[in-house]
Design a protein around this ligand. Structure first.
Ligand SMILES: [Zn+2]
Ligand SMILES: [Zn+2]
Ligand SMILES: [Zn+2]
Length: 140
């Protein structure tokens, strides 16, 4: 009778390409100085060394990492001429592997009420699920 068959297909597009390198650290262009190695604001002098990368123009970040929400990935502390204290000027932050959830304190913004990085999630905007559960248990 009916020759209709239900075909369950797995989309090839969803295939995750895992590049397994022994080195989990990746080198990125310093967000704060955009790779120039100089302090973008030249606070001390125009030749001041970038405090985020110490003049290297590159920063090393451990994977996995996410853009820092406290500074929006710029590496610059909002409303200041200093590098972001959340990510140290890298513009990205390493996160622990595993499940993450939106930070309940900043609700994912990565900043607290006065524009500083959220100390709960360190400006990431997310916290590990388990860690959060543990913290809640400790809370008085
Ligand atoms: Zn730099
Ligand atoms: Zn940042
Ligand atoms: Zn937060």
């Amino acid at each position: 009778m009916a020759t209709e068959e239900k075909v369950v297909e797995t989309t090839a597009a969803e295939k995750v390409v895992e590049t397994t390198t022994a080195d989990e650290w990746v080198e990125l262009t310093c967000a704060f100085c955009q790779g120039t190695g100089r302090d973008p604001f030249g606070l001390l002098s125009v030749l001041s060394t970038c405090g985020a990368c110490r003049g290297a123009g590159k920063v090393r970040v451990k994977r996995p990492y996410v853009p820092c929400r406290a500074c929006g990935g710029t590496g610059i502390q909002p409303f200041t001429r200093l590098y972001c204290l959340g990510c140290g000027g890298k513009g990205v932050q390493s996160i622990p592997e595993g499940a993450m959830q939106t930070c309940p304190v900043c609700e994912g913004a990565g900043v607290d009420g006065v524009g500083l990085y959220c100390q709960h999630c360190h400006g990431i905007g997310e916290v590990p699920v388990e860690e959060e559960a543990g913290k809640k248990a400790e809370k008085k």
